[in-house]
Design a protein around this ligand. Structure first.
Ligand code: IFM
Length: 463
């Protein structure tokens, strides 16, 4: 049994589900541009319709109520609310989120709002994008406006979802929008995403001390493939870029010295200005943790190829450590090629609770893609997903028992959706979506999750 008050949620993001990219005055985002370029998205997919949540949000909220969710984590689309990323706001865009939130509240579902899940207004990219410091300031203004408009009905706020992905997949490997391959720019982007987080926290705090505000990081435990010096150095480097660059900044107010040294050939770091780190480390009410898998790495020359390679032609996101190989650790994998390893979740929770004490923790994303099929009887049987979530929830339970301040869990994702460069080929949902008809069908994992929530804990071990 989980403690009373444990948050049982599911998560989505605007660009992956809404569609309606030109409706009601929405501006253009970097992902609209990226999807229109050849070779960027598997199968040439795009998010013009996605799963039509913009028009079907009432039915989708009803599904959440049927599942018994106590909370729903979603993001707002910046270009829907502020089409050019600066200047005029679009009342119709804001109204959509007000209607969505009111619908959630009418079922007693707590809205958890993420301000940025990767859909930067295209106009801001044209002005320099995240490598430009001004984008952080634009984001703080945007955060203040959304918070002023929705702060009366939304209590839980998070700033930037997975800044690692925006910075390093967007500006180093080019696997994500805007598709740039400029390592030095990616480093600036990473700092400005952190700064954007800090400035937004300040702006929201100044308006309402009751809001619960957090940052959101995607963490991976990193294991050296062998005990060799080269492999251990590879693990230190990847852990530094993936985990410590963001955790240390947000929670300790410092960048790790070894990571700055690894990157010193790229920049003199002049973009890190006095006071930035104090801004970034503004006290948080909660830390949102996205967890999927573990990395095993090798630093040997000619090391193994990535175990989770990008779907399209792209460079390395691991700036300064491009030589590191990602090795198959021999565990079962999901259809993303990601290794299933619940013990890594415990490892990261323990480490975060010990190194950065006193911050309440939430798993804000956890889940798995599998090749789900709808049967002739209209059901979707996804035992691997049940077993994945069951195993990770058991880890969450042990973490709580061992004193880690973990207070909630959000499955990724509520529904199948647009999986970025992978298009629609990867299904993460608890709910199956038929992309032709937009029909929603609860998979067996959804029914299992609903039972778990109803019970307040895990029943017998999932098969
Ligand atoms: O779909 C993504 C989500 O947008 C961010 N976190 C990881 C998920 C699965 O790749």
């Amino acid at each position: 049994m989980f403690p009373t008050g444990f948050v049982w949620g599911a998560a989505t993001s605007a660009y992956q589900i809404e569609g309606a990219l030109t409706a009601d005055g929405r501006g253009r985002s970097i992902w609209d541009t990226f999807c229109s370029q050849d070779g960027r998205i598997v199968g040439g997919d795009n998010a013009e319709t996605a799963i039509d949540h913009y028009n079907r949000y009432r039915d989708d909220v009803k599904l959440m109520a049927d599942l018994g969710l106590t909370a729903y984590r979603f993001s707002v689309s910046w270009p829907r609310i502020q089409p050019d990323g600066s200047g005029a706001y679009n009342a119709k865009g804001l109204d959509f989120y007000k209607r969505l939130v009111d619908e959630l509240l009418s079922y007693g579902i707590d809205p958890w709002l993420t301000l940025y899940h990767w859909d930067l207004p295209q106009a801001l990219e044209e002005a320099g994008g995240w490598p430009s410091r001004d984008t952080s300031k634009r984001f703080a203004d945007f955060a203040a406006t959304v918070h002023a408009e929705l702060g009366d009905r939304v209590r839980h706020w998070s700033t930037v979802n997975e800044p690692w992905c925006s910075a390093f997949l967007g500006y180093a490997s080019g696997e994500h929008a805007p598709g740039r391959r400029e390592p030095a720019a990616a480093l600036r982007a990473a700092h400005h995403l952190n700064l954007a987080h800090g400035l937004a926290v300040q702006a929201m705090r100044a308006q309402n001390a009751d809001s619960q505000i957090g940052g959101c990081v995607n963490v991976y435990p990193v294991t050296p493939a062998t005990g060799s010096e080269a492999d251990q150095d590879a693990a230190r480097r990847i852990d530094g870029l993936q985990n410590r660059f963001f955790l240390d900044a947000l929670l300790k107010g410092a960048y790790p010295e070894d990571v700055l040294a690894d990157l010193s050939h790229l920049s003199d770091m002049e973009f890190i200005q006095d006071g930035d780190l104090a801004t970034i480390a503004a006290p948080l009410d909660m830390l949102l943790i996205n967890y999927y898998s573990r990395f095993t790495v090798s630093g040997a020359p000619g090391g193994a190829a990535s175990a989770a390679a990008a779907p399209t032609d792209s460079g390395s996101p691991w700036i300064g450590s491009e030589h590191v190989g990602f090795v198959n650790g021999g565990r079962p994998v999901t259809s993303m090629g990601w290794e299933v390893d619940g013990s890594g979740l415990y490892e990261m929770l323990r480490r975060i609770a010990d190194e950065y004490p006193r911050v309440p923790l939430y798993i804000s994303e956890n889940g798995a893609a599998y090749d789900d099929l709808i049967g002739e009887d209209g059901t979707v049987h996804d035992p691997e997903r049940v077993s994945y979530i069951d195993a990770h929830l058991r880890i969450c339970h042990s973490a709580i028992e061992s004193g880690i301040p973990l207070q909630g869990y959000f499955a990724w994702s509520l529904m199948d959706n647009f999986e970025w460069a992978w298009g629609y080929g990867k299904r993460f949902g608890l709910v199956y979506v038929d992309y032709e008809t937009q029909a929603r069908t609860m998979k067996s994992s959804a029914l299992w999750y609903a039972d778990t929530i109803r019970h307040g804990g895990l029943l017998s071990r999932a098969q």
